[in-house]
Design a protein around this ligand. Structure first.
Ligand SMILES: N[C@@H](CCC(=O)N[C@@H](CS)C(=O)NCC(=O)O)C(=O)O
Length: 200
């Protein structure tokens, strides 16, 4: 198995956690996004959107982190990272969707703003994007009520959030200690070897 990867990419990190949880062997191909290697004809043949991660498993090519993770779950089901029942699976997918379309983009916007020279940073914009993250944490607090993980057992839903939630302090966002469920969940996540291995 081969993973086309970029170390800081949160989407690639999601996939690396699943590969580690399932103890799958793979080789990593570094795609230098700063050099535009994702836009070469060869890369675009694998992913027409020109983005990492891409996973190659023998003759199967899969792109988009959420789809890659579901592929890995279907193909290598042990240990299971999806609930068995339809309601639980729908819950995981709802949370992944919330993460991919709201939480991770807010984190990406904050990171992009912080990456600009000081004089070009817009404080109002930064506050708006950070609020997207703090509002997201409040929503997660509700999802975690009475649960250790977002869908009871550790799942693809938790994994989707890891790259962003373990990077919050670098984005200038502190977790409100009144969010007790989120705080406990973060320390549970930090203890997992698959997540520690990312070195976030
Ligand atoms: N929805 C995609 C997003 C992947 C993505 O945005 N990857 C970024 C790096 S974090 C990328 O490859 N960007 C290169 C570009 O847009 O040119 C996924 O989940 O895999």
């Amino acid at each position: 198995m081969r993973l086309y990867d970029y170390p800081d990419c949160p989407f690639a990190q999601k996939v690396r956690i699943v590969l580690a949880e399932k103890e799958l062997e793979y080789e990593t191909v570094f795609v230098d996004l700063r050099q535009g290697e994702q836009r070469t004809a060869e890369f675009l043949k694998m992913n027409p959107y020109g983005r990492v991660p891409v996973l190659i498993d023998e003759d199967v090519v899969v792109y988009d982190s959420t789809i890659i993770n579901e592929y890995l779950e279907d193909e290598y089901p042990h240990p299971m990272l999806m609930p068995e029942d339809s309601a639980g699976r729908a819950r995981v997918r709802t949370l992944e969707d919330f993460c991919d379309n709201s939480f991770l983009p807010s984190a990406g916007f904050v990171q992009a703003e912080l990456g600009k020279p000081d004089e070009d940073q817009d404080e109002g914009r930064l506050q708006r994007y950070r609020k997207g993250l703090t509002d997201g944490l409040v929503r997660l607090e509700g999802f975690l009520a009475g649960r250790e993980f977002l869908a009871d057992e550790f799942s693809l839903a938790d994994i989707a959030f890891v790259p962003a939630v373990l990077n919050l302090s670098r984005l200038g966002v502190e977790v409100d200690p009144r969010l007790r469920n989120v705080t406990a969940w973060l320390s549970r996540l930090r203890q997992r070897p698959s997540i520690r291995s990312l070195g976030l």
